[in-house]
Design a protein around this ligand. Structure first.
Ligand code: PRP
Ligand code: ZN
Length: 286
């Protein structure tokens, strides 16, 4: 029997849904966990472990899991001996300093000497040190945002995503300490058999990610506009050009970076293109 790789993902919370979706989008079936801790895929040699996000770096370091999907914030805070294989581009949030909204904040210096409550003492102390601030860090494991209200601390350092938690607690964000997103982590030593499976999984994830950055574009243009349009839409190798039934006209198919799209679309139209269609790409193998 071949070996399975074990992937740890968050059981419930901000990362869990998208982590599972990512694996499933890779064509890997994962049975619904129904509260169990482990699910074995019927079509890929992988076991998915459903764990608390804070525990994932530790499990990967100890080799209980070969891979994990965790927040960059948690990985950084835990400081475990694991490797970040890649950023995954979802669950973007920031670890920020916040103070009561009445606080007349002007610069970081205003926080010097204050009591700051956080679940991220390691990241915070690094940040304070880099900025020449000396503060008292109060480590608490949750509900950090109530600390100022109950007089435990004058400021907090916590995860901000939509900002609604800060708002409902009468706090305002004053400085970003760390930009976070979901990351794929692995153990520094892996057997060649497992590494092969990890590479296979990573190849699929990469194809999905690349696809997200690009769009498929189709358009009609007079033949005379082709040289200019080819310049604007170089595509993967070069665009596909097909004749239309109307003489002197062609259909051009290519791919375009999502980020360049709005910028380029005006140039493409100015070059004479019409009937432009832009279609999402599901997977992209370069
Ligand atoms: C964070 C943080 C806030 C909330 C902020 O907790 O502690 O409570 O998210 O999000 P918002 O800006 O969208 O309101 P998280 O969900 O990461 O849970 P955990 O720290 O307990 O794992
Ligand atoms: Zn957590």
């Amino acid at each position: 029997m071949g070996q399975n790789i074990r992937l740890a993902i968050q059981k419930s919370g901000r990362l869990s849904e998208e982590s599972l979706k990512l694996i499933r989008d890779c064509g890997i079936q994962v049975p619904a966990s129904n509260g169990t801790l482990k699910a074995v895929s019927p079509n890929f040699p992988i076991e998915v472990l459903f764990l608390r996000d804070d525990d994932i770096p530790g499990y990967v370091e100890e080799g209980v899991a070969d891979l994990g999907i965790a927040g960059g914030n948690v990985v950084e805070e835990k400081g475990r001996n694991i490797t970040t294989i890649h950023k995954l581009g979802f669950s973007k949030c920031r670890l920020s300093l916040a103070v009561p909204k009445e606080f007349a904040y002007q610069s970081l210096q205003d926080l010097n000497g204050m009591d700051i409550a956080t679940s991220y003492p390691r990241i915070l102390s690094g940040f304070l040190q880099n900025n020449g601030l000396a503060c008292n860090i109060h480590e608490i494991s949750g509900s950090v945002e109530i600390a100022p209200g109950i007089g435990l601390a004058g400021a907090i350092c916590d995860i901000v995503s939509s900002g609604s938690t800060l708002l409902t607690n009468g706090l305002k964000e004053v400085a970003v300490v760390y930009h976070s997103e979901a990351v794929l982590v692995g153990s520094p030593q892996t057997s060649p058999e497992k590494q092969q499976l990890i590479d296979k999984l990573w190849f699929r994830i990469k194809s999905l990610q690349q696809a997200k950055n690009y769009k498929y574009i189709l358009l009609n243009a007079p033949e005379t506009a082709l040289p200019r349009i080819k310049e604007l839409l170089p595509g993967m190798r070069s665009p596909t050009v097909m004749p239309l039934a109307t003489t002197g006209w062609v259909s051009v198919h290519s791919v375009i970076r999502e980020n360049d799209f709005w910028e380029q679309i005006e140039n493409i139209r100015a070059a004479g293109a019409e009937g432009i269609l832009v279609i999402p790409i599901e997977k992209m193998i370069l």
